[in-house]
Design a protein around this ligand. Structure first.
Ligand code: AMP
Length: 325
């Protein structure tokens, strides 16, 4: 029912006799009721595991002239993910959250089988944060048995996490490229928590002319400083305490830079000492790199990323900070 119909009903209401007035009034009520039902239906969050259903929904939104934001996740959602969804909901008419533990970004000895999952809790968080659709596919929906096309990147994906996880970013780029093709979002939201991932995605989008705006969001931390992560759930009590060396090292490095220190060696040494003082922690890397190219730097100049990966027991945690000088 459009504005013209409403006007006509109103006109009839004003000019008609009692019987006609009743009929016009009834029509008006029907129209209002249908509009309210439609509006309510639009607010209900949907969940699907099917690529063609996502496409159908997004096409319908496009037909209505609505903008679409995408938040790619592996589920087991927490406040870090929520901050991305809330921001996406503020900047787009509709938000799609993908909730998919992507098997091809895990190495052979990594935690694919044990990665935590809780779709019911995820649904609740997405609804609260303002998502309109969750895409929660089975691996078979995303990867045909003879799947054989990958997005591979040099350089940016080779340093930092790429050293110990050589196939990780190939898996990330491939799944994010697929999600962009499935959802065709206006904007996609990523956390700085995975700073190298963000650099890799930005580079992929630039190099392959993908028509999507990448929006970076700040790291959300627990009250005591630990960066929120789905993998924090692996930590026992002692390990949870030990894990604070990551954020303590981050805050120390940030403070040194704020106080004018520019020598990467001095900053990294102080950060490594904090981590090495913790018996339950084992450093994978602590490095300072250019935030866009992920090339190592010896001095903090320009946009620099100081990033680390640390094992607490068997759990590999990451943290970082970016400074623009
Ligand atoms: P994941 O489910 O771990 O693959 O993360 C999905 C997205 O959420 C990625 O863009 C992450 O960088 C982002 N994310 C995860 N943890 C945090 C956090 N603590 N703060 C901000 N963003 C986060």
């Amino acid at each position: 029912m459009n504005h013209a119909c409403m006007s006509e009903c109103y006109g009839r209401l004003m000019t008609s006799n009692a019987n006609e007035k009743c009929e016009a009034f009834r029509i008006c009520l029907c129209v209002l009721w249908r509009r309210a039902a439609e509006a309510e239906r639009e607010e209900i969050m949907e969940i699907t595991g099917k690529v063609n259903e996502v496409r159908k929904q997004v096409k319908e939104w496009r037909r209505q002239g609505l903008t679409v934001g995408l938040v790619p996740t592996m589920g087991y959602l927490h406040d870090g993910h929520k901050s991305l969804i809330v921001r996406a909901a503020a900047e787009n008419d509709r938000v799609v959250v993908s909730d998919f533990v992507n098997p091809i970004q895990f190495g052979p000895n990594e935690d694919l089988a044990t990665y935590p999952r809780d779709i019911e809790a995820d649904k609740k968080l997405c609804e609260e944060a303002g998502a309109a659709l969750i895409f929660h596919p089975e691996p078979e929906e995303m990867y045909a048995p003879d799947f054989s096309t990958y997005v591979e990147m040099q350089k940016v994906s080779e340093g930092l996490c790429g050293k110990t996880r050589p196939t990780h970013f190939r898996g990330v780029c491939t799944v994010v490229c697929k999600l962009f093709n499935i959802v065709s979002p206006d904007r996609a939201y990523f956390g700085q928590k995975d700073a190298q991932q963000m650099a890799v995605i930005r580079r992929m989008v630039r190099d392959l002319n993908m028509d999507v705006e990448i929006v970076g969001c700040p790291i959300i931390r627990e009250a005591d400083g630990l960066a929120r992560s789905s993998r924090n759930t692996y930590l026992n009590e002692a390990q949870r305490k030990a894990a604070l060396v990551l954020s303590r090292a981050v805050f120390c490095g940030e403070e040194m830079m704020k106080n004018g220190e520019r020598d990467a060696g001095a900053i990294l040494k102080a950060m490594r000492e904090i981590i090495e003082a913790e018996p339950l922690a084992k450093t994978d890397y602590v490095e300072m790199v250019d935030a866009d190219t992920i090339e190592p730097v010896t001095r903090a100049e320009g946009r620099v990323l100081t990033a680390m990966a640390v094992y607490i027991g068997k759990t590999r945690l990451i943290d970082n900070f970016i400074v623009e000088l």
